[in-house]
Design a protein around this ligand. Structure first.
Ligand SMILES: [Zn+2]
Length: 112
């Protein structure tokens, strides 16, 4: 797993997608994990970060979240990440002859 990020502005994208790691497999994994109705617990900062990223207020009480609520924000997160994914695969990144940050146009990109 590797992702592209920009050293000039801080932009980053999700890990490169593969047959086993892509929006569909991520959503399917979330469904498998969260389908059974129950309460799960998270650190408050995880819930805050998720709400900030998805713009969805997660209903929770002292870090306890109903699984179906969390499933919705996980799916929204995965879709948002996919929409802003500039290079979907390592191959498409390698093929791109004019690699530049989609946000600031800098060539100061790095892969971690
Ligand atoms: Zn940038």
């Amino acid at each position: 797993m590797a992702y592209v990020h920009c050293h000039s502005c801080g932009w980053s994208q999700d890990d490169f997608y593969t047959r086993r790691y892509n929006p569909a497999t991520k959503i399917w994994d979330s469904i498998k994990w969260l389908w059974k109705p129950r309460t799960i617990e998270f650190e408050e900062w995880i819930i805050r970060d998720m709400a900030k990223y998805t713009h969805v207020l997660v209903v929770h009480k002292k870090g306890k979240v109903f699984t179906w609520n969390w499933l919705i924000v996980e799916i929204i997160k995965d879709i948002k990440l996919a929409v802003k994914q500039h290079w979907w695969s390592w191959k498409s990144f390698k093929k791109d002859t004019n690699k530049a940050c989609p946000l600031c146009d800098s060539k100061n990109l790095d892969i971690d």
